[in-house]
Design a protein around this ligand. Structure first.
Ligand SMILES: C[S@@+](CC[C@H](N)C(=O)[O-])C[C@H]1O[C@@H](n2cnc3c(N)ncnc32)[C@H](O)[C@@H]1O
Length: 307
């Protein structure tokens, strides 16, 4: 029982609890010398460290040394464990110091969240072979976008999808291109100018809020983005709030079920994992399209039933 308490960082924020536990552990192991110590429970009459040391000193200097060493080890153990065990307010996320290289050490529903792809790699998003590798034209066709619609391109990057979508929704529709990196939005702005596109709004979001208008969006598209959200639950809540009644979410991720897809593990997701994570939100699954070369397209619709 005492060992358990020692490992609970909440009860040992000031280290005092660790000392008390140590006293009690010693009392159990050397009960002949410290017969009265089991009575000095943390809950009743805690002894001060000084009082404990005085009693120990009168019995054996070696024990004093052992006691001090024990306290140092207990404090070090507490410090090493605290960051790993500190849960978020709701325990929604877990943190581990040992994790994959491309991950952030934060886990959600058993999945490690991937590092954000920085704007330094922006050229990769516009690589000429991308159309062949991913059949992006086919993906856009699946989305069945209609003129006049409002589309949010979440994690728009350089606008690889924002620009063709803006052309499809036409002058009466809009694309809300959201990213957390201003540098990506700057590249997209330059592309819009070059291609004469004016119906894309550039929105700088943050880790928990995409800054989308409420109940305004027909379709939220996320291509190769969701696995990078550092706060997936919070982001999805906001995304659901931004959907019009009956609005859709299209989650496009590299297929983790397929080892031949040449993408780093944390940047892929299984359909099962996506389903598990989306079940937390007011959405229902509509369809999964599995015929693109590398990605699955998983479409959800806003559920009118409150959860
Ligand atoms: C791999 S890129 C994909 C870009 C684009 N969707 C495409 O397919 O070309 C991922 C993008 O998501 C953005 N991102 C990551 N977390 C985000 C968040 N919480 N909100 C908005 N954008 C985010 C990154 O900054 C990056 O530009």
């Amino acid at each position: 029982m005492y060992r358990k308490k020692l490992r609970n960082p909440k009860q040992h924020r000031d280290g005092q609890g660790a000392v008390e536990n140590l006293k009690c552990q010693i009392s159990y192991s050397r009960s002949s010398v410290f017969a009265e110590l089991p009575r000095c429970s943390l809950l009743r009459h805690p002894l001060t460290v000084k009082a404990l040391l005085d009693r120990l000193r009168s019995n054996s200097p070696v024990l004093v040394l052992l006691c001090v060493l024990g306290m140092i080890l207990a404090a070090a153990n507490f410090q090493a464990q605290a960051p790993e065990q500190a849960p978020s307010q709701t325990n929604r996320y877990q943190y581990r110091s040992q994790h994959e290289r491309d991950g952030i050490g934060k886990f959600y529903m058993g999945r490690e969240i991937a590092q954000v792809m920085t704007y330094h790699g922006a050229n990769w998003l516009d690589r000429p072979e991308r159309q062949k590798e991913e059949d992006s034209d086919q993906l856009i066709e699946f989305l069945a976008v209609k003129p006049g619609e409002i589309i949010a391109d979440m994690g728009a990057g350089t606008g690889y999808f924002s620009i063709p979508l803006a052309q499809l929704v036409g002058p009466h529709g809009r694309v809300l291109a959201v990213d957390i990196q201003q540098e990506m939005l700057d590249i997209l702005k330059a592309q819009m100018k070059e291609r004469g596109v004016s119906n894309v709004d550039l929105i700088l979001g943050n880790a928990t809020d995409p800054h989308l208008p409420d109940k305004a969006v027909d379709l939220v598209l996320m291509v190769d983005v969701y696995h990078e959200f550092s706060h997936p639950w919070e982001m999805m809540q906001k995304i659901c709030e931004a959907l019009k009644p009956g609005g859709r979410v299209a989650l496009v991720e590299y297929r983790a079920e397929d080892p031949s897809v040449p993408i780093k593990r944390l940047h892929k997701m299984t359909e099962g994992q996506v389903m598990k994570e989306m079940a937390e939100h007011p959405l229902f699954w509509q369809e999964t399209i599995n015929i693109l070369p590398r990605q699955h397209v998983i479409i959800f619709q806003q559920s009118t039933v409150p959860q």
